[in-house]
Design a protein around this ligand. Sequence first.
Ligand code: FAD
Ligand code: NAP
Length: 534
Amino acid sequence: METPHTVQEVDVLIIGAGFAGLHMLHNARGMGMSARAIEAAADVGGVWYWNRYPGARCDVESLQYSFSFSSALEQEWVWTEKYAAQPEILRYIEHVADRFDLRRDITFNTRVTAAIFDEKSCRWQVTTNAREQISARFCVMATGALSVTRLPDIPGIADFSGPIYHTGAWPHTPVDFAGKRVGIIGTGSSGIQAITAIAKQAKELVVFQRTANFSIPAWNEPLQPAVQDAWKKIYRDYRLRAREVGSLYEFSDKGAAQVSQEERVAEYQRRWDKGGVNFVHAFNDLMIDKSANDTIADFVRARIRGIVKDPQVAESLCPYDHPLGAKRICVDTGYYESFNRDNVTLVDLKSTPITAVEANGVSTSEASFELDALVCATGYDALTGALLNIDIRGVGGQQLQQKWADGPRTYLGLMTAGFPNMFIVTGAGSPSVLVNMVVGIEHHVEWICDCLSHLQKQQLASIDATLEAEDNWVGHVNAAADRTLLPLANSWFIGANIPGKPRVFMPYVARIGVYRKECQDIVDKGYEGFTFAP
Ligand code: FAD
Ligand code: NAP
């Protein structure tokens, strides 16, 4: 093994410079600790740096999908759309980096390859692909739940002669689809956004759909200054509420069967007309009772049939294989309408699977499609991928890859036993991807910083989760998922999108407020379930 070029010592080493890494860096500095972040990308932004595909935008309203830690920041930033597009979100994150002078402590274009815990010094020895070594007391994994892209394992794909793009690793130079025949694989949130946008640019767009998905209209629109001003006047109140519920939706206290069929449909229609994820909160049992869920799924299937003119195409676009919301619900700006365009073709891979990718296109069991470019909106090795890509070794040289061979195991999603002083932001076992993620990130960063401050005050060298507490938490997370319909879908929540990945429901199905209280109770009980070294 080659010796590293340099060795630097810091209190806190942060991996990743998206929302999570930037917030952690800012707070660690605020505590007077030396901190440094390492980022594989050439600049800040995380997801919003990488996902430059046409149509990329948030599905939580811009006013809510933003940091709350600085009143000045939230007052000065002006959002232009109800759901901001990727360039605007990236500009916002860049503004955060500038405003708090964060870039001077971030090393870009550098990937962390290993993090080894040295028991003698009680420090993490972190190695990068630039052969630099950093010795850190604390390691914060802000590596992202959706940062490791996944290309489809389709035979012959390497032979395709045109460009192949993944939505999550989009080029920085403009991609011009004008006059081109484009194929797209994948109809998750990324695919649905990209299809809608590319359909308006390409000469022909062939959509290869394996599983139909539920999508709700966003009804995106310019954000009116009056709306934004009114919101900003009582931002604090909204933010406090968001700390309990994640996003400020209209939550119902009624079950779907408590109202008549007419009232139920009227409620679905009212929410459909308002748009967004609010739709899925129409009744309080939609995610726990299959018959309740069937009513909302039927409503959406009827909308699809109403929008898409060709009945056969409409039927192919209707999802039947999972309850609505058991896969991450999609939010769109004219997705189903795209299939009424003459230049868009839907290929249902369930009935006509891809048989080969060749130099000039894609063949299915029924037809061949000549293509100039291929877009893969095929998703991510979610939640665990970025961590397991790093050679992480804890006490006794235990490898994280080994420890998590049958699925991730964490305590509160924040730590994993046997890996002292290593914290995970929005990891498996936390509400993570099930809530407004900026709210989740802020909670985690605050919790971690409070913990670091506790260690400082008590003059403690390290904190670790106990195996017993971790086992109980994993059981608690599994039980929470099993009370819902979420495990019924073959989703990335459960690792189903990656062949061979352990089938474990990874995020914690709980309101962020419930989880926040659980985390706080544990702190109040003297960090119950954690051990400390003096
Ligand atoms: P990321 O933004 O993923 O940042 C992690 C960073 O770590 C990356 O830049 C990566 O390069 C870096 N990294 C990883 N491993 C290493 C390594 N070994 N060495 C160095 N660097 C490394 N959530 C919502 O709540 N609402 C939304 O509307 C929403 N929209 C989304 C749209 C898209 C297209 C995607 C993909 C996700 C979306 N999400 C949304 C989820 C999104 O993941 C979070 O909202 C949030 O951006 C995550 O921030 P993060 O800092 O935790 O992770
Ligand atoms: P995804 O939800 O995992 O969707 C991947 C799609 O690719 C699925 O339709 C999948 O089909 C298909 N696919 C994968 N491999 C395939 C193969 N070999 N052959 C054919 N089809 C294949 O990924 P994503 O769309 O990138 O979204 C990931 C998450 O990122 C979202 O759930 C959301 O949390 C976030 N996101 C949010 C937004 C937003 O609106 N703000 C936008 C983009 C992403 P199967 O379903 O059959 O596996």
